[in-house]
Design a protein around this ligand. Structure first.
Ligand code: HEM
Length: 338
């Protein structure tokens, strides 16, 4: 299978939205995919991510502390779900958080299915220009972060300037939008399943928090539209033949509801072993940031419901605006009170 968006037969011809080229190695094949991915693998490995857990806990505590100062209902997306992973990825990559408006608003356009090709191209351009500037700054003022490392590789001639900026776009967009949507949608799913939420609140076992995160990832499978590929050779599967050159869309959301893999798949069961889910994809392109996402979600859900035991929706469920127009599912707002 090939993930190369420029190959004939790719399920969305020409990338469909004109923004495909901005996504760096996620839309490339090996060996170039592996060469680029290897350059940024180390900071996302479990050990390095675990070392960040206390800092992530502080970010969560501060945001929830501020949120609790409010009197009335607050939007959990704006107060917590979006700033939390944005602050974390900014720190890891070396992006000033004060620039969050720029990268959050352009990321939103990139994952919006209804944005026009022109809007997407402009969003890519704005992000790429921003990252070129940031990489120049990192060359002049090096720090301990991923973008300083990329700037060094550009200087050493291992990486082109544009390749570094595109990789920056991928890491910045993938690094905050997905986790933000999981935090908000996962919170809503738990509020709508009080029996499961009670288990999470009453059981102080960190193992339950870990399995709850896997189950929520499976049950919600927020990355929609399937994993897109082109077959490079004939593939026989379930008495069907996929011919070389044909486009394939693998519906990972359906895989995560396969009763052979997950008995009673439409039931949210925080205690089940859901570790074999495919919410992070599968194979060479499997999510680079998954250890980070897992750790952020574990800290976010466990702290949120411990600090605010009375958390509840502030509006009826049918008034919650869902992201039906996005390739990453979630909610635009989550009004909550306590
Ligand atoms: C809950 C949160 C997240 C979910 C559900 C998620 C989901 C995914 C999925 C499904 C893929 C596979 C794409 C494909 O096969 O076509 C992927 C790839 C990727 N993700 Fe994530 N992701 C999350 C968080 C993150 C974070 C925090 C980062 C940090 C930067 C990140 C960075 C990446 C990168 C760089 C790739 C491309 C990997 C490659 O092509 O080798 N993701 N993600």
């Amino acid at each position: 299978m090939s993930a190369d968006i420029t190959r004939p037969g790719y399920p969305i011809p020409g990338g469909g939205d004109g923004a495909g080229s901005a996504f760096s190695f996620i839309l490339m094949d090996d060996p170039e995919h592996a060469r680029l991915r290897r350059m940024v693998t180390a900071p996302f490995m479990v050990k390095r991510v675990e070392a960040m857990r206390p800092a992530v806990q502080n970010i969560v505590d501060d945001l929830l502390g501020d949120m609790l100062k409010a009197d009335g209902p607050v939007d959990l997306v704006e107060a917590f779900a979006l700033p939390m992973p944005s602050l974390v990825i900014c720190r890891l990559l070396g992006v000033p958080y004060s620039d969050h408006d720029l990268f959050q608003s352009n990321s939103k356009i990139l994952i919006n299915r209804e944005a026009s090709a022109d809007q997407k191209r402009q969003a890519v351009q704005a992000l790429v220009e921003y990252l070129h500037g940031l990489l120049r700054l990192k060359s002049a003022e090096p720090a301990e972060d991923v973008f300083t490392d990329l700037a060094r590789r550009v200087q050493a001639g291992d990486l082109g300037n544009d390749d570094a900026a595109m990789m920056g776009v991928l890491l910045l967009v993938a690094g905050h939008e997905t986790t933000a949507n999981m935090i908000a949608l996962g919170t809503l799913a738990l509020l709508e399943h009080p029996d499961q939420l009670q288990r999470l609140r009453e059981d102080n076992d960190p193992a339950l928090v870990t399995s709850a995160v896997e189950e929520l990832l499976r049950y919600l499978t927020i990355v929609h539209d399937g994993r897109k590929r082109v077959a490079l050779e004939d593939i026989e599967i379930a008495d069907e033949t996929i011919r070389a050159g044909e486009g394939v869309i693998m519906a990972t959301d359906l895989g995560n509801r396969d009763p052979d893999a997950f008995p009673d798949p439409n039931t949210l069961d925080l205690g089940r072993d859901a570790r074999h889910h495919v919410a992070f994809g599968f194979g060479v392109h499997q999510c680079l940031g998954q250890p980070l996402a897992r750790m952020e979600l574990q800290v976010a859900y466990s702290t949120l419901f411990r600090r605010i035991p009375g958390l509840k929706l502030a509006v009826p469920l049918d008034e919650v605006p869902f992201k039906h127009d996005g390739s990453v599912y979630g909610v635009y707002e989550l009004p909550v009170t306590w």
